[in-house]
Design a protein around this ligand. Structure first.
Ligand code: IMP
Length: 191
């Protein structure tokens, strides 16, 4: 029998990608599949707290085994900011361009431009909580480069590379990204 597991997303692409890795023994359910249409709570001040909050909400309200992810960009010279606030760094309108511009402005007088993208996934299976972390380290450049990807991709060059995330193909980014690394650990655990 297939093990049902809800992934706290309605992004069909994300769901398909993880379903393909997990194979036939798991049936991934989206939020829509479990008839969850409300916004999941995300009021924590760390990625760990937010992904746990989302997974716990689903587990408590929908009685499903589930997992939720949360990601952010952590910039060393800014004490880890924008971190958990990455999506709305420049304000509640959640504009990627505004966020990128504010980050470049805040970094303009700093020599240390090191940063990392980090993802935390929280899995809850029969009440048991497990967390998985994925990190990719790199540098924030001074100007935007590339048009692929989203968010902070045009200003992030991963360690060991010269291209920004926005200059890489989805496949290339998908091999090294914070998200890929965290999901790799989740899949290894579930297998
Ligand atoms: P989420 O938790 O995956 O929704 O990510 C929250 C925010 O972090 C996004 O809105 C982006 O601003 C930023 N972020 C997370 N992952 C990436 C990435 O792979 N590239 C660029 N920005 C990202």
């Amino acid at each position: 029998m297939k093990t049902k597991l809800c992934f706290a997303t309605n992004n069909a692409h994300k769901l398909e990608e993880i379903q393909a890795i997990l194979g036939d023994s798991f049936e991934l359910l989206s939020l829509k599949d479990i008839h969850c249409s409300e916004e999941l709570p995300e009021t924590g001040d760390t990625l760990e707290a937010n992904s746990l909050q989302k997974a716990q909400y689903l587990y408590d309200h929908y009685q499903v085994n589930c997992f939720a992810d949360d990601s952010g960009l952590e910039v060393h010279a800014l004490g880890g900011e924008p971190g958990v606030d990455s999506a709305h760094y420049a304000g509640p309108q959640r504009s990627h361009a505004d966020n990128v511009n504010l980050l470049l402005k805040n970094l303009s007088d700093k020599n240390d431009r090191s940063a990392q993208f980090r993802t935390v996934i929280t899995l809850i299976q029969n009440g048991k909580i497990s967390q998985f972390e994925g990190i990719i380290k790199g540098q924030i450049i001074t100007d935007l480069r590339g048009s692929a990807g989203f968010g902070y991709d045009p200003i992030f060059v991963p360690e060991g590379y010269t291209a920004t995330f926005a200059e890489m193909s989805l496949t290339e980014k998908g091999k090294i990204s914070h998200r890929a690394r965290a999901f790799g650990k989740l899949v290894a655990f579930l297998d």
